[in-house]
Design a protein around this ligand. Structure first.
Ligand SMILES: N[C@H](CCC[C@H](N)C(=O)O)C(=O)O
Length: 299
């Protein structure tokens, strides 16, 4: 049986084909492991994600069958550093497109470790219901208890002269810390990102966003992603920032989030507290992984 997704024909050979996709420049290698299960080691993921030695991507996405009835696909997500994570907004739009095209449906259900996500294909954009945010300190999670997660106290910098910051924290299937700034370009995120990602306050580390509110319906952000570093865009960060901005009454519930790679439309719906993220998807190409990549696992 062959699966045709816009020309991505899976020959029934041992070669492992992949698609290259991106959401606003946040790029992915997508493998379809539904016909032939794939068990990837940390090192194999890192090789695939490596932009010099391998194929190059921010995240590796593996499609599997979901064990749940009525669910169209299971989406497994690995960061470039090799670890598996539970949510990836931009990739969810890309997978939503792939599976909707393949099944000839407009709306599909995607199973992730963070829960079931509904994606709807509307021409050149996909809208994803990313579910409801988790807002309690132990759901982020944080190492210390905070009543108000719209602004926690975070000591950063040298022991003898620490600087107190008060980021907002939100979990949208993965942990996010949002630092509100007046001028996005005045901060060296490449330098601060890794320190903040690994701050002891975040036992599962965190995705770090700098957010500049431009208007009640527009926020500009840059993101240092956990396990991937600076990316052109981060869908879950856009979701987290939109939720945090409403909680702090900085914006209304429908907001445009501008990232270096482009804009996402976000709504944190008042009726059911679901986060609806709408944005583009792009199919960049396809290829075949080298057979030797899998020889080591046979060894
Ligand atoms: N780095 C994220 C996963 C990818 C998120 C991002 N690519 C997105 O579009 O949401 C994490 O470790 O939680």
């Amino acid at each position: 049986m062959q699966i045709l997704i816009k020309g991505w024909v899976k020959p029934m050979t041992d070669a492992v084909q992949y698609l290259k996709m991106n959401g606003l420049g946040n790029d992915f290698v997508v493998l379809d492991a539904r016909q032939k299960p794939l068990k990837l080691s940390h090192d194999q993921v890192r090789w695939i994600a490596d932009r010099e030695q391998g194929i190059g991507c921010d995240q590796l996405i593996v499609l599997e069958y979901s064990p749940l009835d009525g669910v169209d696909v299971f989406m497994r997500i690995y960061n470039a550093e090799g670890g598996e994570v539970d949510a990836c907004g931009n990739a969810t739009r890309c997978v939503g497109y792939l599976v909707a095209e393949e099944l000839g449906k407009k709306a599909v259900t995607i199973h992730t470790n963070a829960g079931l996500l509904n994606a709807e294909l509307n021409g050149d954009v996909v809208s994803v219901d990313m579910g409801t945010p988790r807002l309690e300190w132990d759901q982020i999670p944080l190492a210390e208890e905070f009543e108000d997660t719209t602004g926690i106290e975070l000591q950063i910098g040298p022991i003898d002269a620490p600087v107190l910051h008060t980021p907002s924290v939100v979990n949208v299937g993965n942990p996010h810390a949002i630092f509100w700034v007046k001028d996005l370009d005045a901060h060296d995120l490449e330098r601060f990102g890794p320190m903040l990602e690994h701050h002891p306050m975040f036992p599962e580390r965190a995705n770090i966003s700098l957010a500049q509110v431009l208007d009640r319906d527009h926020i500009k952000i840059r993101v240092w992603e956990r396990g991937a570093g600076l990316t052109q865009a981060c869908g879950t960060a856009a979701c987290a920032v939109a939720v945090a901005a409403v909680r702090k009454d900085l914006t209304d519930r429908e907001v445009t989030i501008s990232l270096p790679g482009g804009d996402l439309q976000l709504e944190w719906r008042a009726s059911d507290h679901h986060i609806i993220m709408t944005g583009p998807y792009e199919l960049d190409g396809e290829g075949t992984l080298p057979a030797e990549l899998f020889e080591e696992s046979a060894a």
